[in-house]
Design a protein around this ligand. Structure first.
Ligand SMILES: Cc1cc2nc3c(=O)[nH]c(=O)nc-3n(C[C@H](O)[C@H](O)[C@H](O)COP(=O)(O)O)c2cc1C
Length: 400
């Protein structure tokens, strides 16, 4: 019996690409039923999808009498083997994130029991808006499978991230994608630690947390069970299984508690090397003195502290943010910290690294020539890093 696919189409420009996606699925022998939102019908006609699928198109939740023996939203949710929403507007993403069920598509989402493949598609600013990012993080935390939009020229004549993945990419993602990390537990640290000076001041490192969060998203997409230990981040961590920490000592404590249940550890956090020796319980007052001295003491190196707890089968991956001598410094850290692999990036470059959406990392390990991810999105860099970690895990545990 052929696989049954439910395709949700919402009101974005990329509806025309969805027609091609639908055709690819029909050609592959799948049975496809389409739910369109009323807004989607302004972009392409239901007749187009009807002609391609040979099935009636579902639009109105209250089409009483068309199929009187079924309650459509519940029946469709039970019928589908896979549920794809492409394009997914900012609106539908927000509605699903908050459990709204005010049309046939959203009413079908709630009773559907498996993860839904969601392909966001929108203008670059709509996509970058923190509320959209928060909603996407929520969808991801509910287990839905987000198909990352592409970066490039948009129909609205802007350029950036938000263009729906190409139909072929969506098809491959849904039907050809393996879940190589399924059954594995991945622990990720992200963001910067903050070392308090007094109740209002602290010393920290520059780190947006974007790279660590990309690792979290990708590890989930690759099927892992993921836990995040997060310091200060400028990107939302809502919706992920997160332990929030402030200082390096708190981060060490949180990671030590989790490490026994971890298969792959990815330390992407920027941990402060030093903390303030004498914390002031009260706010340090402004005085007439031209200078003050704050004494710093060394923080423990989290990876070195973890080394004695490391089990044979575990894979530890670290990051090295370097401004010079990338290879020498990365190799030194790899050896000194008992790491299996290290991802080094050149922070002197303005186009990658801090606060940017892109990165170019060079991955070093003891048993393979280093390789570069090339300049790619942080999500793609994270995926490559995780796939390499999975390869090392396979070698250690005899399951390549
Ligand atoms: C010409 C045009 C193009 C649009 N393109 C998009 C888009 O690509 N992504 C998006 O999120 N919203 C887009 N919108 C806005 C949505 O159509 C609007 O938010 C609508 O309420 C979405 O409804 P739905 O999510 O129920 O389909 C567009 C609107 C117009 C008029």
């Amino acid at each position: 019996m052929s696989k049954k696919i439910l395709l949700g189409v919402t009101g974005g420009i990329a509806c025309y690409k969805s027609v091609h996606l639908c055709r690819l699925m029909v050609k592959a022998g799948y049975e496809v039923k389409v739910i369109m939102t009323p807004a989607a019908c302004s972009f392409v006609t239901p007749l187009t999808f009807q002609a391609i699928t040979g099935n009636r198109i579902y639009i109105n939740e209250f089409d009483a009498g068309v199929e009187p023996d079924i309650i459509e939203h519940v029946w469709l949710a039970g019928w589908a083997d896979e549920f794809i929403i492409a394009p997914a507007t900012a609106n539908i993403i927000a509605k699903i994130a908050h459990g709204i069920a005010d049309d046939l598509l959203t009413s079908t989402v709630l009773p559907y029991k498996k993860p839904i493949f969601i392909a966001p598609s929108m203008n670059v600013d709509m996509y970058a808006n923190p509320v959209t990012q928060k909603n996407l993080a929520l969808l991801s935390s509910f287990g839905h499978d987000l198909i990352d939009p592409n970066t490039g020229e948009m129909a609205c004549r802007t350029e950036g991230k938000g263009r729906m993945a190409e139909p072929e990419e969506i098809f491959d993602y849904v039907f050809c994608k393996e879940k190589p990390l399924s059954g594995l537990k991945v622990l990720v640290t992200a963001g910067a630690t903050a070392e308090a000076i007094d109740p209002v001041r602290f010393i920290t490192n520059r780190s947006s947390g974007k790279m660590g969060l990309a690792v979290v998203r990708q590890a989930k997409a690759l099927g892992a069970e993921v836990r995040l230990v997060a310091g200060l981040t400028s990107v939302g961590t809502e919706g992920f299984d997160t332990v929030k920490v402030q200082s390096a000592l708190e981060m060490l404590d949180a990671v030590q508690k989790e490490i026994a249940q971890t298969d792959i550890l990815v330390m992407a956090a920027a941990v402060a090397d030093f903390r303030v020796a004498e914390y002031s319980e009260t706010k340090i007052k402004k005085t007439d003195e031209a200078e003050i001295t704050i004494r710093l003491v060394k923080n423990p190196d989290i990876l070195k502290e973890l080394a004695p707890l490391k089990k044979n089968g575990q894979v530890f991956a670290g990051f090295a943010a370097e401004s010079d001598n990338l290879e020498v410094n990365a190799r030194k850290k790899l050896a000194e910290k008992g790491l299996d692999m290290i991802a080094a990036n050149d922070i002197s470059r303005k186009d990658i690294g801090f606060e940017t959406d892109d990165n170019e990392i060079m991955i070093f390990s003891s048993d393979r020539e280093p390789f570069s991810t090339g300049k790619v999105s942080k999500d793609t860099a994270a995926e490559k890093l995780l796939l390499f970690a999975r390869e090392l895990y396979g070698k250690k545990n005899g399951s390549v």
